[in-house]
Design a protein around this ligand. Structure first.
Ligand SMILES: [Ca+2]
Length: 78
């Protein structure tokens, strides 16, 4: 998913290796879920915008890149 605009509300991604590129503003929690039955999933977040809320990457070999972006919250890795 690529966001250039403004999203208000929580974002929850489904199973699989999720990828979020944000250059806009997200107000709400971002959750990139793992699959309980198959274990940890590597997710990617590239943030050059603003995220107001917590980012939860779950378990796995996740990547969080902040390219001039701001997170007003906590980033949880696995
Ligand atoms: Ca993960």
């Amino acid at each position: 998913m690529t966001n250039h605009a403004t999203i208000r509300g929580n974002l929850t991604f489904g199973n699989g290796s999720d990828r979020l590129v944000n250059t806009g503003t997200i107000t709400g929690a971002v959750t990139l879920s793992d699959v309980p039955t198959t274990g940890a999933i590597a997710d990617t977040v590239i943030n050059a915008g603003l995220i107001i809320g917590d980012v939860n990457l779950g378990n796995g070999n996740d990547i969080f890149r902040s390219r001039g972006g701001v997170v007003d919250g906590t980033v949880f890795g696995g």
